[in-house]
Structures are given as C-alpha cells and as structure tokens.
Design a binder for this molecule. Structure first.
Ligand code: KIV
Length: 275
C-alpha cells in the first residue's frame, strides 16, 4: 500500500488489506480521496492513494446541487463506471446515495449490486446502529461495506445543518456504540467525519477495523479529503481542509489567456495550423 513517498501502488489494493491496516499495529495511515471521473481517478492512482471514493459529494462538488440528497443510484453508477474504466490499483469505494439503503435489506443489496456491477469493489453507507441489518445483508451478499459516522451529510435536514458532531460525552458514547454494532455486522473500515479530535481517537482505539477521518483529528487510521477541495477547485472549504494547490485560479488564468489570444489574433499561430 502507499508508502510515505507516495509512490504509485504496483499491485491492486484489496478489502482484506484495508481491514487489517490499523496504525497501532504498525501500518502507515491509509489515504483516500474522492474521484468522480476518469481524469480524477488517474490522478489519484498515479499519486499512490490506497482508496478512491466515488462519493455522493459529486452532487455538490461537480453537479451543482445544494446537498448530496439529489443523486440517485443511477447517477452514482455512471460516475463509478468512469472511475473503474481506468482500472486503478487503488480500491474503488462506491458511495450508496440517500434512499438507496433506507427501505429494506433486499432493496439495499439490489442497489449496492448496481455499484458493484459498475466497477466498485465495496460500498459505503452513512449512519450508526440503525444500519446494522443492512450491513449484515450486504456482507451476506459478499459486498464489503465501509461505514460513515459523525457528520453524515445525507442527514443534513435531520441534523439542522453541517455541524461538529458528538461534542458531549453521551453523544460520543452513542457514536462509538453505533460503530461497534456496525463492526459486529461486518464493516471493514469506517469514515468518521467532523467530530472532536478526542472522539476520533477514542473511536480508533475502540474499533478493530480502521477509521478514516475527515475533520476528525490526526489520531485516526487514515484520512480522506474531497480531491476538488485539496486541489483548490472548490470555492470555499471547511476548516479541516488543507488546500495543496489553487487550481481554480490557475485554470481561470489559462482560460483568460486563451480568450485574450483569440481576441488579439495571437491564437492560432502558424505552428498551430495545418498547411
Ligand atoms: O461523498 C464524500 O465525498 C464523502 C466524504 C466526505 C467522506 O463521503
């Protein structure tokens, strides 16, 4: 898996490899980024990440929606397939969208199968112990499942906005109990989003499977960011995001330079013309 030099992975990453990747057992922290299309997947894989998450954040990051509730299983399959066509060594995680795993176990398995057939190697779903029956059904159908706890964007209306979760002891204990129920049901790893650092640490300590933090502090077994955030493509980013580039600025300057060259007649030049 990815070493600290971020060399590309030379062999495919598998679910069993991720399941045992706890930092306390001497494993390097896991790295996951989102990608929604073939160029993004190629960049992520060349950078040597362990996992590519085809996240339902495609809704607000790429498709212009206000929240993630607008994307369907068909939308997600379309993006998973684009990523899968690049045949990355990184493990492809397909995000189950809102209402694709909320009705019953049979519906959940059918929907997850759509993402697996599109090329995902596992699926991710949001929520605590209430999701345990769905996780069990997926695992029985041989579909590996990643959890997602803490700030779960699909619950934006129930939570009343995007806020730090599990701030008091009771809520933190509930989060950890929920995570343990999901581990018993069979998840192989879990995302933990926007919780205090000590909750990220306590969860990581309590679970046998790796925790992948996003705004959950440094003591998780790995970290995940939305690629468009870390590249500086999105206009605004949350406190936990580190912007490693400002690609929106670079891209705007490049397109403005093209527009200026067209208007001045500097483009196309002789070398850019077929004679
Ligand atoms: O959809 C997504 O991008 C996610 C990450 C925020 C973990 O679920």
């Amino acid at each position: 898996m990815s070493d600290p030099s971020s060399a590309p992975n030379t062999a495919p990453i598998t679910v069993p490899m991720i399941r045992t990747a706890k930092v306390r057992d001497g494993h390097a922290p896991l790295v996951m980024v989102t990608a929604y299309d073939a160029p993004g997947a190629r960049i992520a894989d060349a950078a040597g990440v362990d996992m590519i998450l085809v996240g339902d954040s495609v809704a607000n990051v790429v498709l212009g929606y206000e929240d993630t509730l607008q994307v369907t299983i068909e939308d997600m399959a379309h993006h998973v397939a684009a990523v899968a066509r690049t045949r990355p060594n990184a493990l492809i995680v397909g995000d189950l969208p809102w209402m694709s795993y909320h009705i019953d176990a049979a519906d959940t398995v059918r929907n997850a199968a759509v993402l697996i057939r599109a090329g995902a190697q596992c699926v991710k779903l949001e929520g605590g112990s209430v999701r345990a029956p769905m996780v069990e059904a997926l695992v029985r159908a041989e579909i590996p499942v990643m959890g997602h706890l803490g700030l779960t964007p699909q619950s934006v209306n129930a939570m009343g906005g995007y806020r730090v979760q599990a701030r008091d002891d009771e809520a933190a204990a509930e989060l950890i109990e929920g995570a343990q129920a999901l581990v018993s049901a069979g998840i192989f790893a879990t995302v933990v989003e926007v919780v205090p650092e000590k909750v990220g640490a306590a969860l990581t300590e309590a679970l046998e499977v790796p925790t992948i933090g996003i705004g959950a502090g440094p003591l998780c077994d790995g970290q995940v960011l939305v690629m468009h955030d870390l590249l500086g493509v999105t206009a605004r980013s949350a406190k936990f995001v580190r912007r490693y580039a400002e690609l929106a600025d670079v891209a705007t300057e490049a397109v403005a330079a093209f527009a200026a060259d067209v208007r001045s007649g500097a483009y196309p030049a002789d070398r850019e013309v077929y004679h």
